[in-house]
Design a protein around this ligand. Structure first.
Ligand code: PMV
Length: 348
């Protein structure tokens, strides 16, 4: 029995890609496979209240509250998302929805909330759908939530579960799919279990290049095919690295992926430089510190100027000391966020 009204709440984390998704085909199909650490502290909490419409209409009816206040500029994104997913969750047109959403990280921190936001919203929709079909099993629930999230924002499909999630068909990865993320199916050394991600907020402004524009730049890009092949190869390389806990080789793959992502933006038409002088200062300091101390600390980047500093639990004290002494000075207003690898979304 499907209730006429109710309310569901989910909290979904952000994620940080190790092998980057950059470039897509129609229907949010990735041009190359990717893999990410699911984060923990950086998350979006979304509640969806639903109430049956008196008469069925052919349009969506929803209100949107962001951190308690109506937010008009998010509405087109939700509208687009609903249009893409309605064929898979047809009840969307039968209800009025109130969507209340908030982030654990400060807004305008330059941290994208599309992955955590679309994941949380998709989980809420699946929770409503589960009432139509109470026999639905856990595995299907998560798979379809990831499938729906992908249609909101590609990388969001990697924010349903933890702690290492792979997305995109890869011939050597069983059950890998272009349609949803899967838990990495191979052995992972415990050194990766409590991995840390300290996010240095170098530039808190709006992104200069939206990821939609960014993915589009890969169409007709002179290096696109080589880049896509490289992502496949990097996933191959990561298999023994994850099994053996080879941090030296891990760092090579991860830093190269970050710089390649930015190289793609520098060599597209139009071209962009998304790093700031402080981004480069931080990278150089990480390299100098690592070569002096042999502490296995490295960086990765999103499509922006902020730096994600990655390190294992075993060097936590040293890494935090180094970050505070040398890197925080390069952050806007000294702001940074301490996060770590997490276990995935939760029902609240
Ligand atoms: O999910 P989108 O369309 O916002 O794209 C995300 C792209 C990167 O964050 C740069 C890379 C990734 O794999 O997360």
């Amino acid at each position: 029995h499907f209730s006429e009204n109710g309310r569901v709440t989910w909290k979904a984390p952000s994620n940080i890609a190790l092998v980057k998704y950059w470039g897509k085909l129609a229907h949010q199909i990735p041009a190359n496979p990717s893999i990410s650490f699911t984060l923990d502290a950086c998350a979006t909490t979304t509640s969806v209240s639903y109430q049956k419409k008196e008469t069925k209409t052919d349009s969506f009816s929803f209100k949107l509250l962001f951190e308690g206040k109506p937010k008009e500029d998010f509405k087109p994104k939700i509208e687009t998302f609903f249009n893409r997913v309605v064929e898979y969750v047809p009840f969307l047109k039968d209800y009025h929805f109130t969507i209340e959403t908030s982030n654990s990280f400060p807004h305008s921190s330059g941290i994208a909330s599309s992955a955590s936001g679309m994941a949380a919203l998709s989980l809420c929709l699946m929770d409503i759908e589960k009432q139509l079909n109470p026999a639905m099993d856990e595995e299907f629930f998560k798979k379809k939530a990831s499938f729906l999230a992908r249609l909101g924002s590609g990388s969001a499909c990697r924010s349903i579960e933890g702690d290492l999630i792979q997305w995109g068909e890869h011939p050597q990865i069983p059950n890998s799919s272009n349609l949803f993320g899967i838990k990495y199916p191979f052995e992972v050394n415990p050194v990766f279990k409590n991995y840390h991600d300290t996010i240095l907020l170098v530039h808190k402004g709006q992104k200069q290049v939206s990821s939609t524009v960014g993915h589009d730049l890969m169409h007709g890009h002179p290096y696109a095919q080589n880049r896509f092949h490289q992502a496949y190869d990097n996933l191959d390389k990561l298999k023994p690295i994850f099994a053996e806990g080879d941090l030296e080789e891990f760092i090579k793959v991860v830093e190269s992926e970050a710089l390649t992502l930015h190289a793609m933006m520098m060599t597209s038409m139009p071209y962009f430089i998304l790093m700031k002088p402080d981004t480069l200062e931080i990278i150089n300091k990480i390299w100098a510190y690592r070569s002096q101390t042999k502490v296995p600390i490295c960086f990765t980047l999103d499509a922006g100027a902020n730096v994600h500093v990655l390190y294992p639990e075993s060097v936590k004290e040293k890494a935090i000391q180094f970050i505070q002494d040398e890197l925080v000075a390069h952050c806007e207003k000294g702001h940074y966020l301490c996060d770590r690898i997490g276990t995935g979304a939760k029902k609240i």
